[in-house]
Design a protein around this ligand. Structure first.
Ligand SMILES: Cc1cc2nc3c(=O)[nH]c(=O)nc-3n(C[C@H](O)[C@H](O)[C@H](O)COP(=O)(O)O)c2cc1C
Length: 120
């Protein structure tokens, strides 16, 4: 499955690129590429538990191909930790595959890879 990511300071970009490298999957930046097939979205949480505008705009156009969502965040944000994943999952009716602190851990990457492995 295609990996589409949005990243401001690089945590999500590094996570998406690591996953894509392990899988041999295609990875695209939502700011510059259009998805031509079903994708897993990896994004971050901004504002106070919000979906970044760049991600929101991308989903408005390409939400029909979205199959799952991962959000990065920071534990520092408490109840709003990685909340963008919940907002997107509810709006587009897709699973929250993972919520990760910053760039995520090896366990987070294993979880995402396991989910991707279950997809056809
Ligand atoms: C202005 C600002 C607001 C943020 N708000 C949240 C938030 O509400 N919840 C959260 O979990 N993380 C929040 N974060 C943390 C980022 O989501 C986190 O650092 C993430 O790893 C950034 O991903 P990136 O490096 O790919 O841009 C915020 C960061 C900034 C700079």
């Amino acid at each position: 499955m295609l990996l589409a990511y949005d990243s401001l300071t690089g945590n999500v970009r590094r996570l998406a690129q690591e996953l894509a490298g392990t899988l041999g999957a295609e990875v695209v930046d939502v700011r510059s590429h259009l998805p031509a097939s079903e994708y897993l979205l990896l994004t971050y949480t901004f504002g106070t538990g919000q979906v970044p505008d760049s991600t929101r705009r991308f989903l408005e156009r390409h939400g029909h191909l979205l199959r799952g969502v991962v959000s990065s965040g920071s534990y520092h944000w408490g109840q709003n930790f990685a909340r963008a994943a919940d907002v997107i999952a509810q709006t587009y009716r897709v699973p929250v595959v993972a919520k990760v602190n910053k760039g995520g851990t090896a366990a987070d990457r294993a979880r995402v890879l396991a989910w991707l492995g279950e997809q056809h």
